[in-house]
Design a protein around this ligand. Structure first.
Ligand SMILES: [Zn+2]
Length: 321
């Protein structure tokens, strides 16, 4: 082959590549079609005038732990509740990791969701590796829009765990973008900005958690503990910092360990009621609040819609029960 041959070959290759890439330009519509199918598979609720709540947690157990009670209470009234785990939990165990653990944890949240009667979704992002990227901001924004949320919940952006922290950042980043039409124009923007709420934590810097809303979950405490307790990988086996010594070999020991796990969850929810007794009194009155055994509490994020007390009573239709 002489130089001329190389030139002809190169030119035809260039033309062919150009033609091929032009042929491939309709990639976008195909991608949209794929996301539409994915959306259909997500089983979106009907527009029936009921409340729509979407809760984000960093790991497959965070929503259940912090909003399992109110979630079950809303669901019992026919409202639409969705729990989203932003990571797949694939390093949250001392003995196993990767795909098999992600599948196990997915199965656990599915089981918990069926007990609470809520919808659940786990995003396929590695545990411990969540970053506040533009791609993830889009993901979260689309999920909130698709659910047409009235209420959005998440961790606060100051938290010990980077995945919790970035879940908080990503949800906050979406708190304005959900209403902006040309951000993710493939999903219609929300006409009304939702109310964004944070779960409680113990971190003091730069500012401690404030319980703007506190809800008695006494009527569903057994249901909540049932749901959380099915997550064996996290509680029975101890999660990322557990060990083989936690799991008794004999049946009697295992039964006792299960009772211990239940007692821990009851104590955790009782501690929330005790810690936020003043906030409970604001919503239930002092006398009623004093008798509340178990609670969940939430702080209003400054970035979403700022609700009045009257609107909060409509969004949390539990205080007069
Ligand atoms: Zn977590």
């Amino acid at each position: 082959m002489n130089r001329w041959h190389f030139f002809v070959l190169g030119a035809s290759l260039g033309l062919a590549l150009g033609f091929w890439s032009r042929q491939e330009t309709p990639i976008a519509p195909r991608a949209v079609a794929k996301t539409q199918t994915e959306r259909a598979e997500r089983k979106l609720p009907p527009n029936d005038g009921k409340l729509r709540i979407i809760c984000f947690g960093a790991h497959p157990d965070d929503c259940e732990l912090r909003a399992g009670g109110v979630g079950a209470m809303w669901a019992a009234q026919g409202h639409h509740v969705k729990f989203v785990s932003v990571t797949n939990g694939d390093i949250g165990h001392w003995r196993e990791a990767g795909g098999p653990l992600a599948r196990r944890r997915y199965a656990e949240v599915q089981k918990a969701a069926s007990i609470l009667r809520v919808t659940t979704e786990v995003l396929d992002i590695h545990d411990g590796e969540l970053m506040p990227t533009l791609e993830n901001r889009r993901k979260i924004t689309r999920l909130i829009r698709e659910w047409k949320a009235d209420i959005v919940m998440s961790h606060r952006p100051n938290d010990y765990h980077p995945d919790h922290r970035y879940t908080g950042v990503l949800v906050q980043d979406s708190a304005f973008m959900v209403a902006v039409p040309f951000f993710c124009p493939d999903v219609p923007p929300l006409k009304r900005n939702p109310v964004f709420l944070f779960y409680p934590d113990r971190f003091e810097k730069p500012n401690p958690f404030t319980a703007d809303i506190a809800v008695s979950i006494d009527s569903v405490i057994e249901q909540k503990v049932d749901a959380v307790s099915v997550m064996d990988s996290q509680w029975f086996e101890g999660g990322a910092l557990g060990s083989a010594s936690l799991i008794p070999k004999d049946e009697e020991g295992r039964k006792k360990r299960r009772q211990e796990v239940r007692a821990q969850h009851l104590a955790r929810n009782r501690a929330v009621a005790n810690r936020f007794r003043d906030a409970l009194a604001k919503w239930y009155g002092k006398e009623k609040a004093a008798k509340i055994g178990y609670a969940e509490a939430f702080e209003i994020c400054e970035y979403g819609r700022q609700p009045t007390m009257a609107e909060l009573r409509r969004l949390f239709p539990f205080f007069n029960e």
